[in-house]
Design a protein around this ligand. Structure first.
Ligand SMILES: C[S@@+](CC[C@H](N)C(=O)[O-])C[C@H]1O[C@@H](n2cnc3c(N)ncnc32)[C@H](O)[C@@H]1O
Length: 288
């Protein structure tokens, strides 16, 4: 991939040296609110998402495994930020009895939902920044993988999810947290340019939000994953093919981007992933 083609693509790196008229030609409407830019990014990456999402697949399998034998109360199951359905499919493969009433697929991005075999025609795209759909009954199981970090208030939404569980219901969650993408941040510092990576929530703040909302944590693990060292261009290209392109920052100018890539360290790209499993105690107290 050449630098000019990169400039029309990845995470917050789309601003040409000379300011261009506002609009999608620079990789997303800068005037659109953040969730709209998130939606546009995942929409553009929808066709390549599953081919590239090896980490997400591995984490989905782990979450499915954690949920395999949970005692579930009555109530719906929902996959929050379900995308193409990797997590729900991993759960159903390990707990086939749930196929009778499969998880509801909630997601913002119609292009990913269109590729999701579990997404029915019912609800359509749903923006989780609005909370869970008001009609959703208290849930037996809420699942979410690699989605909460895209929301405007991850800790607040996590507390909300925890409160929407039925007594004895479970929440299973994975997301990348603060400490991920250290190579990107090191490159930005060395190049003297802003780091346009998505700021990720801090694990202790998320844990406190879930516990404060009454969730009893049964499993809490921080895992480190890395991909072999690649240059900056290959890394940013990967994020683009996953659709993970939205940034809160002003995109870098072409000169800044060149400097960033020139300073990219020859180190693996690392993800710090928080895995949480928690339960809302039953009305007469535990067990759940
Ligand atoms: C990296 S993908 C993960 C998809 C899936 N959970 C997986 O593990 O493969 C992030 C997902 O979060 C969704 N998402 C981001 N912001 C959202 C929002 N505000 N409301 C609903 N879904 C959102 C995106 O559309 C995308 O499908």
């Amino acid at each position: 991939m050449t630098l000019p083609s990169l400039i029309n693509g990845p995470v917050g790196l789309e601003r040409p040296e000379t300011p261009a008229p506002a609009g999608p030609a620079t990789g997303g409407d800068p005037g659109a609110d953040f969730s709209e830019r998130v939606r546009q990014g995942f929409g553009r990456g929808a066709a390549s998402y599953e081919n590239q999402a090896r980490l997400q697949q591995g984490v989905a399998w782990r979450l499915g495994r954690l949920c395999r034998d949970l005692p579930l109360p009555a109530g719906p199951i929902a996959d929050l930020g379900a995308g193409s359905g990797l997590l729900s499919r991993a759960l159903l493969a390990q707990r086939p009895a749930l196929a009778e009433s499969p998880p509801l697929q909630l997601d913002l991005c119609p292009e990913l939902l269109a590729r999701n075999p579990l997404a029915g025609p019912g609800l359509g795209p749903w923006n989780l920044n609005q909370g869970l759909p008001p009609g959703l009954k208290p849930a037996a199981l809420l699942l979410s993988s690699f989605a909460l970090q895209w929301l405007d208030d991850p800790a607040g939404q996590l507390a909300h999810w925890s409160r929407r569980l039925a007594p004895g219901g479970w929440l299973a969650l994975a997301l990348p947290v603060d400490g991920s993408f250290a190579t990107w941040s090191a490159a930005a510092t060395a190049a003297g340019v802003p780091c346009t990576a998505l700021p990720l929530p801090r694990a202790p703040a998320l844990i406190a939000a879930a516990s404060g909302a009454g969730l009893e944590l049964r499993h809490c693990q921080r895992l480190r994953f890395s991909r072999p060292a690649e240059d900056g261009l290959a890394t940013l290209r990967l994020l683009r093919s996953l659709g993970a392109t939205a940034s809160h920052q002003t995109p870098l100018a072409a000169g800044q981007l060149r400097r960033l890539l020139a300073h990219w360290p020859a180190e693996p790209l690392g993800w710090e992933v928080l895995l949480l499993l928690g339960c809302r105690p039953g009305e007469a107290g535990p067990p759940c």
